[in-house]
Design a protein around this ligand. Structure first.
Ligand code: BES
Ligand code: MN
Ligand code: ZN
Length: 504
């Protein structure tokens, strides 16, 4: 797949004084109330208070995310100095760090600088070490530079000059861990970019077959095992629930199985399952027309599994990982599921399809049953499953439900560390009642109340044989509005989670 960026930026880590950098731009921070960061202060001293004077003149007030480009600062070896506003020093945390960093990269991209040394990575951020700051720096940089222009016949000819970026660390002792953190950040960013490209690709191009093709490409590039089940294979396995959704579409369904072996074959794998609905019109329970285009992102779970596989393989994490992607479309058709239809899942449990738009759970349940054959230690499914999750948590946190509290804690922690947060919702038995059906073992919907929870309750009935967690990414996988597009989440959370799994 072609990348969204016109060109790659090369990254490195360095330790040294800002005034001695022979580079097109040195990037330093200023807090509100005109307090200089250490690196800015250093430049101020050698330049005989050049920066202080500019601040006194009122050209820059240190507001978070503001920037000011300066040239020809006395006693420095760089062509430019970019001042970046950091906001209030006492409030400078994860979010502010990311925001200031993004502002710096955006401003740099608008200059003619070909290389830059960034000192923001030296700023103290509460409870965060150099490694965290560098990883986040790499992530935010790649995110800020990302463009999706592969479908425009003419790209906006804004030439980007920036070719090399150097992140500074305060001492040579931090160079080693800095380098590792940089590689980790870039691997995650690469996985996110893959996920974003697939999410942004429309339904006519990103079909189940296209997802299978992409999986094949990753498998070839990283020497992974891959198998793609076709409709007859799924019939033989008895995946009646998945196939009932696929029936309404002219695109053949695919069931993608990826396997990464980074540890001894005897070691039980972690299984990731990604919802791969390449377009969700709702089926016979048709969705309203407004914003229906956004349902091309309904394969974001699948995309995040592919992105995570790429990052894990890139980082050569020492664990065994299986990826399962049930992929099909959900469309209205003469052959489609009808409200009231009863289908039999691979597990043998029967399901009354009261709403054909609750299709995600219908394809995931068969993937969960299929996961049993890998005897996994842990299964995590990732799905744009419910509109209710967008109402509950907005676009900030992914919904997290699990049949095991330790697993839930691990995932929450991975979210905190990676800046890709989730929030734990209850999966109490009290909610299971809402899935009662008069005609089958269960209904596929549980009414409007607690929609995210009852969806997870449905899935939990197919996840009895292992530790399992469900991430509802309906609100986090993409942004609506002016900056509409795929976010690449929750690749950072998943990679951090899997890294944690390697250490036990
Ligand atoms: N893919 C949707 C969930 C969704 C909705 C994601 C809005 C992002 C934004 C899912 O397949 C769906 O349609 N869910 C229904 C379930 C309902 C019928 C119980 C929903 O949330 O409306
Ligand atoms: Mn739906
Ligand atoms: Zn859907």
């Amino acid at each position: 797949m072609t990348t969204g960026k016109e060109q790659f930026v090369e990254f490195s880590i360095k330790s040294g004084s800002p005034e001695k950098q022979r580079t097109s731009c040195v990037v330093v921070g200023v807090f509100e109330s005109r307090k200089l960061s250490d690196a800015a202060d250093q430049i101020d001293r050698v330049s005989k208070e050049h920066l202080s004077e500019i601040l006194r003149s009122g050209d820059m007030d240190g507001k978070l995310g503001s920037t000011l480009l300066l040239r020809n600062i006395p006693a420095t070896l760089c062509d430019r100095v970019l001042l970046v506003g950091l906001g209030k020093e006492r409030e400078f945390r994860d979010k502010e760090y990311r925001q200031a960093f993004a502002a710096a990269i955006k401003a740099l991209g608008e200059t003619g600088a070909i290389d830059a040394t960034i000192y923001l990575t030296e700023l103290p951020v509460k409870r965060r070490d150099a490694a965290w700051k560098i990883e986040q720096g790499a992530l935010v940089t790649q995110e800020t530079l990302y463009r999706f222009e592969q479908l425009k016949s003419k790209t906006d000819e804004v030439k980007r000059h920036l070719k090399r970026l150097t992140f500074s660390v305060t001492s040579r002792k931090e160079l080693g861990e800095g380098e590792t953190a940089l590689q980790q950040g870039l691997a995650i960013a690469g996985g996110m970019e893959l996920a974003k490209n697939l999410g942004n690709l429309p339904g006519n191009l990103c079909t189940p077959s296209r997802l299978a093709q992409e999986a094949h490409q990753i498998a070839t590039a990283y020497d992974l095992k891959i198998e793609v089940l076709e409709q007859p294979d799924m019939e033989e396995l008895g995946m009646g629930s998945l196939l009932s959704v696929a029936r309404g579409s002219r695109q053949p369904p695919k069931f993608i199985i990826l396997q990464y072996s980074g540890a001894d074959a005897a070691q039980k794998p972690v299984v990731l399952i990604g919802k791969g609905i390449t377009f969700d019109a709702g089926g016979i329970s048709l969705k309203p027309a407004a914003e229906m285009d956004e349902m091309k992102y309904d394969m974001s779970g699948a995309a995040s599994v592919l992105g995570t596989f790429q990052a894990v393989a890139e980082l050569k994490l020492p664990l065994n990982l299986v990826g399962l992607i049930p992929a099909c479309e959900n469309l209205p058709d003469g052959n489609a599921n009808k409200p009231g239809d009863v289908v039999t899942s691979m597990s043998g449990q029967t399901i009354e399809v009261l709403n054909t738009d609750a299709e995600g759970r219908l394809i995931l349940c068969d993937a969960l049953t299929y996961a049993e054959r890998f005897e996994p230690t842990t299964v995590v499914d990732i799905a744009t499953l419910t509109g209710a999750c967008v109402i509950a948590l907005g676009h900030v946190a992914s919904g997290l439900l699990a049949n095991n509290d330790t697993l839930a804690r691990e995932l929450l922690h991975a979210g905190e560390e990676s800046g890709d947060r989730a929030w734990h919702l209850p999966l109490w038995d009290d909610y299971q009642e809402q899935l009662k059906s008069n005609f089958a073992d269960m209904a596929n919907i549980g009414g409007r109340a607690g929609g995210t929870i009852t969806a997870a309750c449905f899935l939990s009935r197919f996840a009895k044989k292992f530790e399992w967690a469900h991430l509802d990414i309906a609100g986090t996988a993409w942004k609506s509005g002016k900056e509409k597009g795929s976010t690449g989440r929750p690749v950072p959370l998943l990679v951090h989670f899997l890294k944690g799994k390697c250490q036990d």
